[in-house]
Ligand binder design. Structure first.
Ligand code: BT5
Length: 314
């Protein structure tokens, strides 16, 4: 959002301010104030104009300016009503040199999961990608996936959903997947050039519109939410966690639904079955198998029920 528009919103949020007063404060003409106010109205902000001047009556439920307004995190938002994939767009921005940008969409037509799987992204969801350039070695990238899972689980809990994390990249409610994370990066061994953390949270969507089995949404578990608030709390938690990577693992352990469970993990070349006993920086799962402890760095994890081998979450 433009700095002037942000300043106008801040000013009129705490009471009516007249056009001439705004023009003075911002060092712009009255006509320019009027133009900015009109543009904000077009973005969905309800701005009343009475005798005392302009006042902010309501903020839209979603959108770039809405999420940026009042956001306590160092990101700018690029919003699309619809886009192929916010990760794809964030990668484009990365090649243009951008950073600390969040690409946000209401709908994706080509949403992707890991290994080029499809990610269903109907209108009403929160589909976003955060473009970062952290000054850490490339091997630390998995910690950002864990941080995103913690941030998402916290945001879901803040609106009353009993979220837990399934290693490495799923957020579940009641055993069903409510969010997934796709982290992509480019860099040398000693330094990340860019990192794109893609988060898909099924917000105000109906589970039947999600082709996956065992998928759920905020609408299904707590009713429709204000996506602006949920997105802001998610991004604020992510910004917090990624400023101090040491905070991530303790926070992840607290929200984990995987630790203490029997799991089966399909990696590219093997299957590991055993009890998940811990997570190690930057994101490996420690599994106690019949042959002893092993660390798994990537794969598809299934939570098993007891020792029977039946799966209860996918
Ligand atoms: C993921 O992959 O869980 C990563 C999903 C990342 C999506 C975000 S949205 C914003 C950004 N832009 C993108 O294009 N992507 C990111 P994975 O662990 O591979 O899980 C994929 C599997 O989840 C699919 O094969 C389906 O079984 C299931 N699935 C697909 N859509 C789903 C949905 N909306 N909710 C729950 N499960 C889904």
């Amino acid at each position: 959002m433009q700095e002037t528009r942000r300043a106008i919103l801040r000013a009129i949020d705490s009471g009516p301010v007249s056009g001439p007063d705004l023009a003075d404060r911002l060092g712009i003409s009255r006509a320019a104030v009027w133009k900015h106010v009109e543009a904000l109205r077009e973005d969905g902000f309800e701005i009343g104009s009475g005798e005392d001047g302009y006042r902010l009556d309501s903020v839209p439920e979603f959108g770039g300016a809405a999420v940026e307004f009042g956001l306590n995190a160092p990101y700018t938002i690029e919003y699309h009503d619809t886009h192929t994939s916010t990760n794809e767009r964030a990668r484009e921005l990365a090649t243009e040199g951008a950073e600390n940008v969040v690409v946000l969409a209401d709908e994706q037509t080509g949403g992707r999961g890991r290994l080029d799987r499809r990610w269903a992204s109907p209108s009403g969801g929160i589909w976003l990608s955060v473009l970062l350039r952290p000054d850490v070695p490339a091997t630390h990238a998995p910690a950002f996936t864990l941080a995103a899972a913690v941030a998402t689980a916290r945001a879901v809990r803040a609106v009353g959903g009993e979220a837990s994390i399934k290693w490495p990249n799923d957020v579940l409610v009641g055993g069903d997947k409510i969010a997934g994370i796709l982290t992509e990066m480019e860099g040398e061994a000693d330094r990340i050039s860019w990192l794109v953390v893609g988060i898909g949270l099924n917000a105000n969507v109906d589970p039947p519109d999600l082709p996956a089995q065992r998928a759920t949404s905020l609408r299904a578990v707590v009713g429709d939410v204000n996506r602006r608030g949920v997105t802001q709390s998610l991004l604020e938690a992510l910004a917090d966690l990624t400023t101090d990577l040491d905070e991530i693992l303790p926070a992840w352990r607290e929200l984990s639904g995987t630790l203490g469970r029997r799991v089966r993990i399909e990696t590219a070349d093997s299957t590991v079955t055993g009890e998940a006993v811990d997570v190690r920086f930057p994101g490996a799962l420690v599994v106690e198998t019949e042959e002893g402890q092993t660390e798994v760095t990537t794969g598809d994890c299934e939570h098993l029920r007891g020792t029977s081998g039946t799966s209860d979450s996918g």
